[in-house]
Write a protein that binds this ligand. Structure first.
Ligand SMILES: *[C@@H]1O[C@H](CO)[C@@H](O)[C@H](O)[C@H]1NC(C)=O
Ligand SMILES: *[C@@H]1O[C@H](CO)[C@@H](O)[C@H](O)[C@H]1NC(C)=O
Ligand SMILES: *[C@@H]1O[C@H](CO)[C@@H](O)[C@H](O)[C@H]1NC(C)=O
Ligand SMILES: *[C@@H]1O[C@H](CO)[C@@H](O)[C@H](O)[C@H]1NC(C)=O
Ligand SMILES: *[C@@H]1O[C@H](CO)[C@@H](O)[C@H](O)[C@H]1NC(C)=O
Ligand SMILES: *[C@@H]1O[C@H](CO)[C@@H](O)[C@H](O)[C@H]1NC(C)=O
Ligand SMILES: *[C@@H]1O[C@H](CO)[C@@H](O)[C@H](O)[C@H]1NC(C)=O
Length: 509
């Protein structure tokens, strides 16, 4: 199929330079808001190609389903509680400690490190520099067309005007500078890969913006996802017996011009069915667009000398349980694609739950760089310790032996009843924290009182409890908290959850 990318990118031919590389390079691909897409839902052949030659984690979870907290957590190997970052507005080096990041570790060990596109969340949470110079050898690259990311460039089917729509298939040649941010990032990353002639190993992080909203993508990609092939969400309304604190009103979707027009009642109204299908179609089309870009990028990567990691910052609800976007503790909002491929690591599929905080220790382990880094202890102040774990032995020995891994996540709320700021509360407004644990079979969540000045939780003041059994309910559509036969498992999971998150002022300097 001839997609316009080929003509837009105009890449130089792949130059092979013979270098004395003894150390493998690292390529980290972060796709913004890409949820775990099951094969039945959509075909992403290029991502699948990486998975087919690597280790494909089918149950990988973010630590918090929103960009800045999740990215800082992934890139420092520490949980949101350790970074005290649940919103977008603080920088860990200023607030909690001078913690080493993943790219910084490689930089300090002789790698040339590059950031292309959205890797750290830009802005205050990375000191307005994407943590340059500590993390990066070169000044982080952002595409020049980023500034149009929210511009009124979506031709509306009804008004025929250019609007700020959610659904935004575009003709790229009619866009500002005749390009899109991810096409620019791809071109920049390819330039790095094909023009480097240093024998220094590299750590290259490439962050693609789509399928983050607005769902703006070259319109040809709609052809890949005909609307009559798009399935509605399996369970499109609020879960049975769900506490309202678990709900969020997806205000960022409601604000878009095309959705605002629908007058959906706030905060509990549901997306009309036809629009659910249209949004799903465009999300899949945007994901398919990024899949193509990943394919082009990978054609410039020497996989015999490169460790490749592909993931996302968190998942995205596509109408499941009546919800859209991220901002929750449900599986669809937390589950991400996670693929590792490394020279010498055999191909496998792993179903054991794992976490994004595991990426840092795993990459360090796979790189073979000598180190003394250990697991973080309570009140750990050391510059570098890990809250996650290396997945290397899991990759090599298979999943059976390590069946009891757990994935922990959390989400803050300003109030028990959903309001405008429930999606993304600022620290000063956070009153409740939803702590969640995922085992192979269950998801268990406690929404408890949270003190935003002392950073402590009170397990005795409870705003909601949830238990979902994935064997009978993979949609998490039926909260079993009150069901008697789950009494023991509930107690067991509550103990696990509390002992994991329990802490007093961890990481205070
Ligand atoms: C590669 O390694 C060989 C032997 O160690 C050395 O002689 C040569 O100069 C190196 N080449 C480069 C480009 O570093
Ligand atoms: C933080 O760590 C870096 C890297 O070791 C060091 O260069 C810098 O001086 C430290 N900053 C502070 C404030 O300690
Ligand atoms: C953060 O940015 C400020 C202002 O540019 C700068 O003075 C400070 O050194 C930066 N902090 C670090 C750790 O780089
Ligand atoms: C690679 O080497 C050539 C020739 O020495 C030089 O002109 C070019 O700038 C180098 N490329 C990079 C990215 O350093
Ligand atoms: C939404 O509300 C506006 C203003 O009350 C009204 O003009 C419009 O027809 C409504 N649209 C729908 C889809 O109900
Ligand atoms: C590990 O710690 C030991 C003892 O403190 C030290 O001698 C060694 O150099 C350290 N190794 C690395 C790679 O930091
Ligand atoms: C936290 O601090 C409070 C008050 O000082 C204390 O009662 C509680 O036992 C502490 N919890 C833990 C887990 O250390």
């Amino acid at each position: 199929m001839l997609y316009l990318l080929i003509t837009l990118i105009l890449v130089p031919l792949h130059k092979t330079t013979s270098l004395n590389v003894t150390q493998n390079n690292v390529l980290l691909i972060i796709i913004d808001d890409l949820r775990h897409l099951s094969e039945e839902t959509i075909n992403l052949p290029n991502i699948k190609k990486i998975a087919n030659k690597g280790v494909y984690f089918k149950n990988a979870f973010a630590q918090q389903a929103v960009c800045a907290p999740s990215r800082n957590s992934m890139l420092t190997g520490r949980r949101p509680d350790a970074l005290r970052l649940y919103d977008f507005y603080s920088y860990w080096r200023d607030t909690v400690g001078n913690f080493t990041t993943l790219p910084q570790f490689f930089k300090e060990n002789g790698f040339e490190t590059y950031s292309v596109g959205k890797v750290f969340n830009p802005g205050p949470s990375s000191n307005f520099t994407d943590d340059y110079p500590l993390s990066w050898t070169h000044f982080p690259y952002h595409p020049s067309t980023d500034k149009y990311k929210d511009a009124a460039v979506c031709k509306d089917a009804i008004t025929k005007k250019l609007q700020r729509n959610l659904i935004c298939p575009v003709d790229v040649s009619g866009q500002p500078r005749k390009t899109l941010p991810d096409l620019e990032s791809l071109k920049f990353a390819i330039n790095i890969l094909s023009n480097r002639n240093s024998s220094t190993p590299f750590f290259l992080a490439v962050g693609f913006h789509k399928p983050h909203i607005p769902l703006k993508f070259p319109k040809q990609y709609l052809d890949r996802v005909p609307i009559n092939k798009v399935e509605p969400p399996k369970h499109p309304s609020m879960p049975r017996n769900m506490p309202l604190v678990a709900w969020h009103p997806w205000s960022d979707l409601r604000r878009r011009d095309d959705i605002a027009r629908l007058n959906i009642s706030f905060p509990l109204g549901l997306m009309p069915k036809d629009w659910s299908l249209k949004i799903r179609q465009s999300y899949y089309a945007a994901a398919s667009y990024i899949d193509d870009l990943v394919g082009v990028l990978m054609s410039f990567v020497d996989r015999r000398k490169t460790i490749v990691v592909l993931t996302s910052d968190h998942g995205w609800s596509l109408g499941e349980n009546g919800l859209w976007a991220k901002y929750s503790n449900f599986d669809v909002a937390l589950k991400v694609p996670l693929i590792f491929s490394a020279p010498g690591i055999p191909t496998s599929v792993v179903h054991t739950p794992v976490e994004l905080v595991d990426i840092f220790p795993t990459l360090v382990d796979l790189s073979g760089i000598a180190h003394n880094i250990s697991k973080c202890h309570k009140n750990e102040k050391s510059r570098l310790c890990f809250e996650g774990k290396s997945l290397k032995s899991l990759m090599i020995d298979g999943s059976q032996k390590y069946g009891n891994y757990l994935a922990f996540s959390q989400y803050p709320r300003p109030s028990a009843f959903p309001q405008k700021t429930s999606d993304r509360p600022r620290l000063k407004d956070i009153k409740i924290m939803g702590y969640s644990v995922r085992t192979k079979r269950f998801r268990y969540t406690e929404w408890v009182s949270f003190n935003n000045k002392l950073f402590t939780m009170d397990w005795n003041i409870i705003y909601g409890l949830e238990l979902y059994d994935h064997i009978v309910d993979s949609e998490e559509s039926n909260n079993l908290y009150l069901v008697h036969k789950y009494k023991n498992i509930k107690q067991y999971l509550s103990g696990l959850l509390r002992s994991h998150f329990n802490r007093n002022n961890t990481h205070i300097n």
